[in-house]
Design a protein around this ligand. Structure first.
Ligand code: MG
Length: 385
């Protein structure tokens, strides 16, 4: 097997670190050409010393100066969004792992596709904001987009050897997050710490809050529409607290194929990095004895995010972007304790109502709308809270 060389965007985050762990365990098959991080110079310098990348991108000039003091002189360090695009298009890389969080991933992902790189997609906001444009560009340049998100990777695997036209529905599973079973009045005063405590997965703070509000599942619903070309009405959300069934696909003949694996993101990353091959791994097997798998209907009354996501998907155009961009800002405000937990979704709904939706937007229009929605959301929060 030819060695695969990776550019990992967002290497100090949760998925980035776990991707490097997969590289570490498969040194003969995988190597790293580029790493990128926003500000975490401590962790990034350790990764540079271990993986010896050709190019490293950081968020700011200040971070670059800090980094220079700690890594070998010959390390090529670039900065900002331009730097991120250089890392995404580096000639040595065969595949780009997009593990950054937020819409900052849009331009580097498009640049990587245009440079002919396959994408291991872990940045769901990019697919939500610009799914149509990314699909069209990937088709034009003949590159594959392989989902890393555990649910989408599961659906992707359920579709091996099957045709998309034969899908009856997708059953998108959700753990329910830390607040599964609670009602809105019980959630009014939850703290940032409560919301960060995910029962099954250890993840970054943005996605942990999104899991608590079920915004994450809303974003994943829109992501699934973009990745698998199905209608939102054909996606059913199923609460599955054990997080062992990572999603399922029901086909027109009534058969359902599910993908199961231990709750460890590295399995999904491993699958995506080696696709289309199956490569042996040494993760512990799932032990079924004494376990139960349970499934529940989601409480859309308490978790309004699911209704808003469906509404955004039905409207289409830049409405999913409005849903995602307003949420990014509202989550930041919640993490800074400026707004309460339930206010996150209230703000997203308000910003969706104010949004002048554009159909078939260009990438430039999307980037402009993204900045504009975020600015308006910040102004709205500062005015009212
Ligand atoms: Mg997921």
């Amino acid at each position: 097997m030819k060695k695969k060389t990776l550019a990992i965007l967002g290497s100090t985050g949760s998925v980035g670190r776990q991707s490097l762990d997969v590289v570490r365990q498969n040194k003969d098959a995988l190597s790293v050409a580029c790493l990128s991080a926003n500000t975490n110079v401590d962790r990034l310098s350790e990764q540079i010393l271990e993986f010896n990348p050709t190019l490293v991108a950081v968020g700011s000039k200040q971070a670059a100066q800090e980094l220079k003091k700690r890594v070998p002189k010959e390390t090529n360090i670039v900065t900002g969004l331009d730097g991120l695009c250089l890392a995404a298009t580096h000639p040595e890389a065969d595949m780009v792992v997009t593990a950054i969080s937020g819409s900052v991933g849009i331009l580097p992902t498009i640049a990587a596709i245009k440079a002919g790189k396959d994408i291991a997609l872990a940045n769901k906001e990019t697919m939500v904001a610009a799914g149509e444009q990314i699909n069209a560009t990937a088709k034009e340049y003949g590159v594959s987009i392989i989902p890393v998100d555990s649910e989408h990777n599961a659906i992707f695997q359920c579709l091996y050897g099957n045709e998309r036209k034969d899908i009856r529905k997708i059953l998108l599973t959700a753990s329910g997050g830390p607040f599964f079973g609670r009602t809105a009045p019980e959630l009014k005063n939850v703290t940032v710490q409560d919301a960060l405590k995910h029962p099954n997965w250890s993840m970054g703070s943005k996605i942990s809050i999104d899991s608590a509000t079920l915004m994450n599942k809303g974003l994943e619903l829109i992501e699934a529409v973009a990745l698998f070309g199905v209608d939102q009405a054909d996606i059913q959300i199923v609460i599955h607290p054990q997080s062992l069934v990572h999603s399922m696909v029901e086909f027109i003949d009534g058969s359902i194929i599910a993908q199961l694996a231990p709750t460890d993101m590295r399995l999904a990353i491993h699958n995506a990095l080696f696709y289309p091959q199956r490569v042996e791994s040494n993760y512990a097997s799932l032990d079924f004895f004494g376990r139960s798998l349970t499934f529940f209907e989601p409480d859309e009354e308490t978790f309004q995010a699911l209704r808003l996501a469906r509404q955004a998907s039905i409207t289409g155009g830049t409405m999913p972007l409005a849903f995602s961009a307003a949420n990014e800002v509202a989550v930041e405000a919640f993490l800074q304790e400026q707004i309460g937990f339930l206010t996150i979704t209230t703000i997203v709904e308000e910003m969706m109502m104010r949004h002048n939706c554009i159909q078939q937007a260009t990438i430039e229009e999307i980037l402009y709308a993204d900045a504009e929605i975020k600015r308006q959301t910040r102004t709205y929060i500062d005015k009212h809270f």
